[in-house]
Write a protein of this length. Sequence first.
Length: 94
Amino acid sequence: MARGTTRPAEVRLVGDAAGAEALARVCDAVWGGSGLVPVPLVVAAIHVGGYGAVAWAGDEPVGASFAIVGRCAILHSHVTAVLPSVAGCGLGTA
């Protein structure tokens, strides 16, 4: 999915450690460093009602979003990331 293409990505909710690892890899690639979103934290947060999703272009994770449950059971958006290679392709368009 290159810049300017319209091939859609598939957004999948994170439901296991493999999905959490893909989410963490995208966030690390976009925001730099490693460990910005620890995999065990993603797994634990999702277990108690948090939100994790990964956008896939084929078998390549190209975007991710993660939120944790805050006070009064509302979601606190922690991080969202889109790889530069797909920025501008409409991935975040609802």
